[in-house]
Design a protein around this ligand. Structure first.
Ligand code: C2E
Ligand code: CA
Ligand code: CA
Length: 672
């Protein structure tokens, strides 16, 4: 069992002592009360029960709880009839209420015990320091009030202390902190209700029929508290899914870690990101995206235990806290179950959607000592899972040095973009027929302060998964256009090609950034070329066409990159305002060795020309391929044989020594 023995000891003690108190009070005090039994007694008993059945829901430290006004009626009964009536009344009401709420037996018994102890103690105190109830005319007089107040406070404090202790022992949270916050929360409402109890007695003794009037202030308390609970709930929950939000999640993680530290147990934090959610959102619209997030939240919640937490951290990112797991592999099992649950398709308004997800897991204490570190580690593991398509992944500190560095990179990329660590290398594109340099493709590299030059395959996918692709693309555009302006000032009119990620292409930000940056560097739009891949178009043809048309209106050149690897329908391609097809280098590289590949290259060139498009071959590694491309009528060539991608100063050197006189050819001119 995970629950500490101290907890069980305490619960047992409360049940035993409470039961004894109840028996003792009933044996020694109840007889006379029942015989007298006026109408008021039965009405009050009824009130205690009804109040017990209508709890006020509250949220305490993000944990849902209940506040009962039954204690106020019980206290009123105590004033009017003494403990012989009040203690059994509250115990009976508590059992009825708990059974109605299907609480487990242990809880039912504990609640009875706790009430019996608090109320018996208060009753004995009242008997000792006051003469209340002062039968037969009135239960109390004005002079009794100060001491009654003392009794009320004792009742409240003892009651709260017992509850706070048991919750603290169960959750591992320090007793005092729990007591303090519980006390403050309860005192505002329960304190008021307790203060009302002498009034109940006065009114009841004046006329039982007027007691219902007192329901009004209690209803008001109910309503106010509900409002307060609602706003507290809103502050800590995500409006769309109703799940805990980031703030509440962090708080729960902190609590779980404190508890795990005390008990020497393990806690697991998971970060989950849906695959392709943005595409779904962009393609089908926010309505479907929102519904999908709600359904995902529901599926995850229904899978986990009540003590676990599923939170929505924002966007398509969810987080899960398992406060207590046997070991790390258990957490991994849970993550696999979550992935299984998500694999079943989602039905939204007759539409069937499939989503995958990647989950990263960080465990206390092995992967971090605090919530912040754990979440960061889980995030890194999630990135690894995504990159490896492995679904779920535990954070691993030292698989090998390389991956550690890579993992650390994810956290550094934002800083790198801001600190100008991204550099562009330029690979010239040459007109096959004339040998003139027509432009260059900008290829991004990360000049890392300690790791040296990092290639785009290592960090561009990372940027895509961490939301950094938008600033990355903007930075690349900015550097590239500045370079074109530089070349212009040196007398070269060269076009520049930029690679776009799917996320950037579908990001409306792009359509704002491009004209802005073209204006800043005063670059002719015809000199800017954007390379997009077939898959970006296939994913959402309508949207893609709209974006392409807008870019075309701006006068920008458009190229389909890696052509031949996707599935774009040729008929569709014809309708798009593209200017250039770049034959994927995998075909070009193999051309001399493989007859099939040569056929593919030749077909693509023919297709391009039939559609009035320019055909560009990338991956030209030797003279033989270049010769063959010339024979096939390919327009432009790019590859290591001509030049590797070069930093800007080396490119200038290269151009001045390039054997075929380097001059320029307007990209727009060639397209026309
Ligand atoms: P890509 O668009 O297909 O770029 C061409 C890649 O082929 C470059 O790799 C280039 O160095 C390499 N290459 C050029 N000629 C030859 C050759 O003759 N033989 C061989 N084997 N390879 C050749 P690089 O620079 O590593 O870039 C890899 C990919 O990273 C690019 O593929 C592109 O998809 C992506 N990328 C680069 N820069 C950016 C960027 O700024 N933004 C985005 N979104 N993606 C970028
Ligand atoms: Ca490219
Ligand atoms: Ca390519």
């Amino acid at each position: 069992m995970r629950k500490p023995s101290l907890f069980r000891l305490f619960v047992t003690a409360v049940i035993v002592i409470g039961g004894a108190s109840l028996a003792w009070v009933t044996a020694t005090r109840t007889a006379g009360v029942v015989e007298g039994g006026p109408l008021l007694l039965w009405v009050m008993l009824g009130c205690v029960i009804v109040a017990e059945l209508l709890p006020i829901n509250v949220v305490l430290r993000g944990q849902e709880g209940e506040l009962l006004t039954s204690t106020a009626f019980a206290f009123a009964t105590l004033i009017a009839f003494g403990p012989g009536a009040a203690v059994p009344a509250l115990c009976i009401a508590s059992v009825i209420g708990d059974v109605a709420r299907r609480k487990p037996l242990q809880r039912v018994l504990f609640n009875v015990g706790q009430y019996a102890i608090a109320l018996t103690l208060t009753g004995v105190l009242m008997e000792t320091i006051t003469v209340v109830p002062r039968a037969p005319l009135a239960s109390f007089i004005g002079a009794d009030l100060p001491l009654l107040l003392v009794c009320g406070i004792v009742f409240f404090v003892v009651n709260t202390a017992l509850v706070a202790t048991v919750i603290a022992l169960a959750s591992g949270y320090p007793v005092w902190t729990y007591f303090a916050s519980d006390f403050i929360l309860q005192s505002s409402t329960a304190g008021f209700a307790l203060g009302l109890s002498p009034l109940m007695v006065i009114v009841g003794e004046f006329s039982v029929g007027m007691l219902p009037l007192l329901a009004l202030p209690i209803v008001a308390i109910h309503r106010n508290t509900r409002q307060a609970v609602l706003s507290e709930h809103q502050a800590l929950h995500d409006a769309l899914t109703g799940l805990p939000n980031r703030v509440l999640f962090h708080d729960r993680v902190r609590q779980a870690i404190e508890s795990a530290r005390r008990h020497g147990s393990t806690s697991a934090v998971m970060v989950m990101d849906l695959d392709h959610f943005k595409e779904i959102n962009d393609t089908l619209g926010h309505y479907h995206g929102d519904r999908l997030l709600q359904l995902v939240g529901q599926r995850l919640s229904s899978l986990l235990r009540s003590e676990d937490t599923v939170a929505r951290m924002g966007g398509d990112e969810f987080a899960v806290l398992l406060p207590s797991v046997g070991d790390q592999s258990y957490a991994l099992d849970v993550a696999e179950k979550m992935l299984d649950a998500l694999r079943a398709s989602f039905e939204i308004d007759g539409l069937t959607l499939e989503v995958g997800a990647s989950i990263g897991i960080g465990c206390f204490p092995d992967h971090g000592e605090d919530g912040e570190t754990l979440l960061q580690r889980a995030d890194i593991a999630m990135y690894v899972a995504k990159a490896a398509h492995s679904g779920a992944q535990l954070y691993e500190i030292a698989q090998d040095q390389h991956s550690v560095q890579r993992l650390a990179l994810a956290g550094e990329l934002r800083r790198a973009i801001e600190n100008d660590e991204l550099v562009l290398h330029y690979q010239p594109k040459v007109d096959v027929a004339t040998g003139r340099v027509v432009g260059a493709e900008a290829l991004c590299r990360w000049q890392h302060p300690s790791l040296g030059l990092i290639m785009p395959d290592e960090f561009v996918p990372m940027a895509e998964h961490t939301g950094l692709i938008t600033p990355l693309t903007k930075t690349v555009l900015n550097i590239a256009l500045q370079q074109v302006a530089d070349w212009r000032s040196q007398g070269h009119r060269l076009s520049i090609a930029i690679n776009l990620s799917a996320r950037s292409f579908l990001d409306s930000q792009l359509l704002d950034d491009i004209p802005e940056l073209l204006a800043v560097w005063r670059v002719d739009p015809a000199l800017l070329e954007l390379e997009i891949t077939e898959s970006m178009i296939v994913g959402d043809p309508e949207r893609a066409r709209a974006v392409l048309e807008r870019l075309n209106e701006l006068g920008i050149t458009l190229a389909i990159d890696d052509f031949g690897t996707g599935y774009s329908s040729l008929a569709y391609l014809k309708q798009l305002p593209v200017d250039e097809i770049k034959i994927d280098k995998s075909f070009v590289l193999q051309m001399s060795g493989s007859h099939n590949d040569e056929t593919i290259v030749r077909s693509i060139i023919d297709l391009a020309h039939n559609l009035d498009l320019r055909a560009v071959a990338e991956g030209v590694e030797d003279q033989g391929i270049l010769n063959r491309l010339t024979e096939l009528g390919c327009d432009v060539a790019q590859g290591y044989h001509i030049s590797r991608p070069l930093p800007p100063d080396r490119l200038e050197q290269w151009m001045s020594s390039f054997p075929l006189r380097s001059t320029w050819l307007s990209a727009a001119g060639a397209a026309a």
